[in-house]
Ligand binder design. Structure first.
Ligand SMILES: O=C(O)CCC(=O)C(=O)O
Length: 211
């Protein structure tokens, strides 16, 4: 059964700092204030024992992912990552507060969040789309940045045109359909970055997809 998300996208990009053309995204700078960023960062760091760097198969060889990650979600919202089933851990309290704020502000109730931690600019994520089968079709993805500023790249699948956006601590990036169908994104290595960054991508999952 296909479930539909509750938010419609009107095509407008309201960020005054950038022209993202026809990209189905919206960026809200300073969505979280400094205090909110600090408490969230401290709490996520206190859950360090839940973070791991799983090995995934690329071209027949296993490689540890170049960042650490943890998956938080409601009961029944487990997540398949490169053929590894990751059981949902309960969301920390400030992550719940942020999830509820996104619901109030955008009318989307997220039930899962992938948290990536990049120790420094040598850690990254390669080109991919957030198109896992358990994500509700056409639901928007909300991405929050904390810590070091990093370049975020978006590449069109056909034209290969790349758009670079710098994401700063506290920024919210909303990715709407058909972002995951027509574009890929990545967070490239940046040697000059020496401090950590945390990213939370909130997703709407089909409950009990992995039974
Ligand atoms: O760290 C980021 O901003 C990107 C994270 C990402 O691409 C993902 O979680 O799918």
């Amino acid at each position: 059964m296909t479930q539909q998300h509750q938010l419609s996208f009107d095509g407008a990009v309201s960020d005054p700092q950038g022209d993202y053309g026809d990209l189905p995204i919206k960026i809200i700078r300073h969505y979280l204030n400094t205090e909110q960023q600090q408490v969230l960062t401290a709490q996520i760091n206190s859950f360090g024992h839940l973070f791991s760097r799983p090995s995934i198969k690329v071209f027949n060889q296993y490689h540890q992912i170049p960042r650490s990650q943890a998956w938080f979600g409601e009961r029944g919202c487990d997540y398949m990552f490169s053929s590894l089933l990751i059981r949902a851990q309960p969301m920390p309290s400030y992550v719940v507060k942020l999830r509820d704020k996104l619901d109030r502000d955008f009318g989307v109730k997220y039930n899962g969040v992938l948290v990536n931690r990049y120790a420094d600019g040598n850690q990254n994520v390669g080109w991919h789309s957030d198109n896992e089968a358990e994500i509700i079709k056409e639901s928007p993805i909300a991405s929050i940045s904390l810590g070091a500023s990093r370049d975020f790249l978006i590449r069109h699948n056909q034209t290969k045109k790349i758009t670079k956006i710098e994401l700063f601590s506290g920024d919210l990036l909303l990715m709407y359909s058909p972002m995951q169908q027509h574009w890929q994104h990545s967070l490239p290595k940046r040697a000059k970055v020496t401090t950590p960054r945390i990213n939370l991508t909130f997703r709407q999952l089909i409950e009990h997809f992995h039974q």
